[in-house]
Write a protein that binds this ligand. Structure first.
Ligand code: AMP
Length: 232
């Protein structure tokens, strides 16, 4: 498939519960259309790791599997979206997580993007990945990551070559703090209560597209590319 490097793609928003495959699909969109993936979870974890003021404020909330307050997350997203690599478009993975964040994003895009004549001035393409609840639990409890190089695996879907060891550097793989089963249930509850209104928000605006996330990964990717190509 030909890659896209010049035309404006616009914001792509991936919605779906933890474990729906947002991160994997976002990486594929990034590689194909050459627009950056912006994962609020990754940026927050990086801040926790390096002990910034934001990271210190977010750490305990994240460990409980709850949402970091909007007044911390929205300015963090704004700062990232102002970077020059976002001009042709960007992929949001993990944001917006609440209807309030969705409203904030619309206002931000209107104020900071839509008045640019040659920049990314399109409405967001909103794609929701739907996955069965039991399949989500299975995927999430199988997640492992390498504490040395950061590479991620799934013992069910993408296992390492040697059980529990990183393929790249042989380090023992770990379970992310918020992938423990009790935290997973909390994250899925949180998703139900807070994130569904985000889908409703975009549905009401006629901007919500749904893809069956239970399908094989490549089929999910093909459907997402089709949606993006048809809306550009
Ligand atoms: P994720 O990697 O997307 O599953 O996010 C991990 C954790 O980071 C979440 O459980 C939240 O605590 C926090 N987080 C990520 N994105 C957001 C967001 N948009 N709003 C609030 N908290 C977030």
């Amino acid at each position: 498939m030909a890659q896209e490097t010049s035309r404006s793609i616009g914001p792509v928003i991936l919605l779906g519960p933890p474990g729906a495959g947002k991160g994997t699909q976002a990486k594929r969109i990034e590689q194909h259309y050459h627009i950056p993936q912006i994962s609020t979870g990754d940026i927050l974890r990086q801040n926790v790791k390096t002990g910034t003021k934001l990271g210190r404020a977010a750490k305990a909330v994240m460990e409980r599997g709850q949402l970091v307050p909007d007044e911390l997350v929205c300015p963090m997203v704004a700062e990232r979206l102002r970077d020059v690599d976002c001009e042709r478009g960007f992929i949001l993975d993990g944001f917006p997580r609440t209807a309030a964040q969705a409203g904030w994003l619309d206002a931000f895009l209107e104020n900071e993007f839509f008045d640019k004549s040659n920049g990314c001035n399109r409405l967001p393409i909103v794609i929701r990945l739907d996955v069965d609840y039991n399949e989500l639990l299975r995927r999430l409890t199988g997640r492992r990551s390498c504490p040395t190089c950061g590479r991620t695996y799934n013992v069910h879907l993408q296992p390492p070559k040697v059980d529990e060891l990183c393929d790249v550097d042989g380090t023992k793989l770990i379970v992310r703090e918020d992938d423990r089963e009790e935290v997973i249930r909390e994250r899925l509850n949180e998703f139900d209560q807070q994130t569904r209104p985000v889908a409703d928000y975009y549905q009401a605006k006629g901007r919500l597209m749904t893809v069956n996330g239970d399908l094989p990964m490549d089929q999910v990717t093909a459907q997402i590319f089709c949606i993006i190509d048809n809306q550009v």
